[in-house]
Design a protein around this ligand. Structure first.
Ligand code: 26Y
Length: 820
């Protein structure tokens, strides 16, 4: 792998000595007794020593220059393994590879020892990780703030085809080599209690929160290493600990054991990441996580602000706080509380600051993912914050009254407080009212946010709603994960593209070049072989790399429609067995997805795909034309093997429901052709690669809305389309569950009698047609080569570097600081 100029001083002998020192002193192993894992840990620690030094130096230089920075607040950072990626960013990949070889080790094997830190669920968490990478690469001052979960997203295995969840102790017993604890940055966080009125020295009557208990926040920093520069930014993760084990109020009441019990519970705050993606459960402990995260982060931002010698009045000039969805919304009343109750600012002065500090990104239109917290829960846990939210809403309602006098309907709709049996706080409304910028994550999504989610807010606050189309980091998602393609690209357009992805367009002129086509396809073949070997070793399934590798990898969700993919597979099965003239190029359907543990239908879909896989993979009648592989335990490091091996990328959500997607970008970048609906960023991918180089099908957003309005009738499709009928009916037989008919019928039931809420049946016929086109075009390898090359060449727009520049120019207004 060719690397950029190394950005760190590197002395091979010193490095080897450092690895051996860590092996002995940190991990208590001798070179003779050490296993591969100990060596990986020692190498990680030796590298972290370098990055931690740079992190401190970066912090120092940025503080000295006292420049504006962004604080990215997110409950999730799905960073994936750091060692390989950081080596690339440090420009040390080859050097370290050579150094460890002299120690008798193989770098690729060592990198496989690292467990993925899975501190996120899916798209939103992975986006946060790409954004940190791009901030550091472009040296825009930033701190990422998240939670130090003891257990990340569960790891998944299958038992009899059913998903089984196992806790993810990502740090292992030895701890994670890249993280460093920062005891001096600890914070104390209050919870529960009451609000009291008191008179201050000036004789003014004031309010203040008297928490009933406190917990401690411990800061752990992970290094985000800037690509090809000397900047290292902190990803600061807060761990919750119960401090002095006393609940003050109850201890004084003499309830010693009860007091300690409360503290023990609070110690659970950062135990585990909630495994729900796009589905809110409204659990009390989750609110506690959110507040704990916000309180620690806001306090740390203020600490930095004052440590650099600044006044509170200058906060909005120097700091921006980006809220990654509504999950950290409680940071808004927290900052207001500190400004008013602790810094003694009046409401207007506090609001003038706060409303210029916060910005909010919306990631979803799904109603079940929009957070609402019960007023009584907030009032109980955070009584002063609830008062402040009421005051924000009161003033906002005055504004609404001025704009639409006497219109109570609009008031009811826009209010931060939702009236009803149980009053609820609408976090998205609180965000739109209290921030200076709101953005969606793809052009179509941002239009829908304006048109359907917040139309009146757009009228009230013109200019507040923006679009920033998502992106992915080309370092991890091409340079690191696809060394074969990287080498080929380097040869044609030079080595600057990982920091300037638009340069990939220079490949377009080779799209018709026979020699280049051959080499590009050879790289793809190698990557397919690498994945096929993995599947053989880990799942015992043999794959033919001449087949089309058709990939759907993402969280399992009805709106993402893995079951539409399944129905298509069933239709192929049916045709292969029943249509004598039917022929198809061999296909491997590859799935990977975790279902939220409480999401029954999602788990049914996993089970069904696994059962269908068992059957078709072993059915000699199919002549090896059809294979189905459900790869267990989808995670970043698996994506790094699957994506470079993909021929076809499945992006088949119901139009209007996938805000952006980012897997679509990674797959196109690595030369997979998209089969997709006009949804999320698919629309922009089509714009970039051209209609000939993508397979678009299905209803458009407005057609979906119309069909829902007019009443979608699944049985109309069922009766009209015999292939659909045959495919659906297979789910009612025991074809895939011998002796147990009906085990898969919940899916059919949901589609036919459950109303087919995601219009799977409406899009089926067009989807099948699009797949037939793929089949035909793949058989013509020259055509396919041109299209796949053009996909890599024309998706430069989807670098997260570009996304970050959009945020910087339109929202954050930062200047880069080049660390010396
Ligand atoms: C409220 C809570 C349970 C919750 C937790 C996680 C709600 C939502 C989520 C996660 C949302 C998410 O991952 N959204 C995805 O964000 C990506 C990055 O912007 C988009 O590409 C993707 O379309 C969207 O579904």
């Amino acid at each position: 792998m060719t690397t950029r100029g190394q950005t760190q001083q590197f002395d091979k002998a010193l490095f080897k000595a450092s690895v051996e020192k860590h092996l002995v002193t940190t991990y208590a192993k001798t070179p003779e007794t050490a296993d591969s894992r100990s060596w990986y840990l020692a190498v990680g620690k030796a590298l972290a020593e370098i990055s931690t030094g740079s992190l401190l130096e970066t912090e120092k230089q940025i503080a000295e220059q006292n420049v504006r920075s962004v604080n990215y607040l997110s409950l999730e950072f799905l960073i994936g393994r750091l060692t390989g990626n950081n080596l690339i960013s440090m420009g040390l990949y080859e050097e370290v590879s050579a150094a460890v070889e002299e120690l008798g080790l193989n770098l690729t094997d060592l990198l496989e020892e690292e467990r993925d830190p899975a501190l996120g669920n899916g798209g939103l968490g992975r986006l946060a990780a790409c954004f940190m990478d791009s901030l550091a690469a472009q040296e825009y001052p930033a701190v990422g703030y998240g939670l130090h979960y003891e257990y990340g997203l569960f790891s998944q295995s299958f038992e009899g085809g059913h998903q089984v969840e196992v806790p993810d102790a990502w740090r292992g017993i030895e701890g994670y080599p890249w993280e460093v604890v920062r005891p001096e940055l600890g914070q104390t966080v209050g919870l529960f209690g009451s609000v009291e009125t008191y008179t201050d020295k000036a004789g003014t009557s004031c309010r203040r929160w008297v928490p009933a208990m406190t917990v401690e926040g411990v800061a752990w920093d992970l290094p985000i290493v800037g690509y090809d520069n000397k900047s290292v930014y902190p990803l600061r993760l807060w761990e919750c600990r119960s401090p002095a084990p006393f609940n003050l109020a109850r201890f004084n009441d003499g309830d010693y054991v009860g007091a300690q019990y409360g503290q023990l519970e609070a110690g659970n705050v950062t135990k585990v990441l909630y495994p729900n993606d796009n589905h809110d459960q409204g659990k009390t402990l989750r609110l506690m996580q959110q507040y704990f995260h916000c309180a620690c982060s806001v306090a740390d931002i203020l600490r930095r602000h004052f440590a650099a010698g600044n006044k509170i009045e200058d906060l909005a000039k120097l700091e921006s706080i980006q809220l990654n969805d509504t999950h950290p919304t409680i940071a808004i009343p927290e900052l207001m509380r500190i400004l008013i109750d602790e810094h003694k600012l009046g409401w207007d002065a506090a609001w003038a600051i706060s409303s210029k500090v916060f910005a909010y990104t919306n990631h979803t239109l799904l109603p079940e993912a929009l957070e609402r917290w019960s007023e009584s829960l907030i009032a109980d846990m955070l009584p002063r914050h609830m008062e402040i939210i009421f005051e924000i809403n009161h003033r906002f309602m005055t504004l609404v009254e001025e704009k639409w006098p006497g219109n109570n309907e609009i008031k009811r709709k826009l209010s931060i407080i939702e009236e009803g049996q149980q009053r609820m706080v609408r976090m998205a409304n609180l965000c739109v009212v209290s921030t200076y910028a709101v953005n969606g994550v793809a052009a179509l999504h941002s239009e829908l946010v304006k048109r359907d989610l917040f139309p009146e807010f757009n009228e009230l606050f013109p200019g507040r709603l923006h679009n920033v189309t998502n992106g992915v980091t080309p370092r991890r998602w091409l340079k690191f994960c696809n060394p074969g393609l990287t080498e080929l690209v380097n040869e044609k357009i030079g080595t600057e593209w990982p920091a300037k992805l638009e340069q990939l367009s220079g490949l377009a002129k080779f799209a018709e070049d026979k020699k280049f086509q051959k080499r590009y396809l050879a790289v793809k073949k190698d990557n397919k072989q690498r994945f096929a070997d993995w599947v053989q070793d880990n799942m015992g399934i043999e794959l033919d790399t001449n087949a089309i590798f058709d990939v759907q990898i993402k969280r399992l969700h009805e709106y993402k429609r893995q079951h539409l993919n399944l129905l298509h597979i069933l239709s192929l099965y049916h045709r292969l067995l029943n249509e004598p003239t039917f022929d198809m190029h061999p296909r491997v359907f590859i799935f990977a997805a975790k279902a939220a543990p409480g999401y029954a239908l999602a788990k049914d879909i996993i089970f069904a795909i696994n059962k269908v896989a068992d059957k078709v993979n072993n059915d000699p009648r199919l002549g090896g034309k059809l294979k189905v592989v459900f790869v267990p335990d989808y995670r970043v490091s698996l994506a790094e093997i699957i994506i470079p091996a993909a021929d076809v990328s499945e992006q088949i959500s119901t139009a209007g429901l996938e805000a952006s997607g980012t897997g679509n970008m990674k797959l196109a970048l690595n030369g997979a052709l998209t089969i997709g609906t006009m949804d999320g960023a698919n629309v922009e991918i089509r714009e970039e690669v051209g209609d000939e180089n993508i397979f678009i099908f299905g209803l458009l957003v407005d057609e979906v809305l119309k069909q829902k309005e007019e009443g979608h009738d699944p049985y109309r499709y069922y009766h009209a389309d015999s292939l659909l009928r045959a495919s659906l009916d297979l789910l009612n037989t025991d074809e895939f569950t011998p002796g147990n008919p009906g085990q898969l019928s919940a899916i059919r039931q949901n589609l036919l009698d459950g109303g087919d809420p995601y219009l799977v049946l409406a899009d089926f016929a067009d989807y099948v047609k699009a797949h037939e086109k793929i089949d035909a075009e793949y058989r013509d390898q020259a055509t396919w080569a041109r299209k796949t090359i053009l996909n890599t060449a024309l998706v430069g727009k989807f670098s997260s570097d570009r996304s970050i520049r959009d945020y910087v120019n339109n929202i954050w207004k930062l200047k880069a600081v080049s660390v010396k």
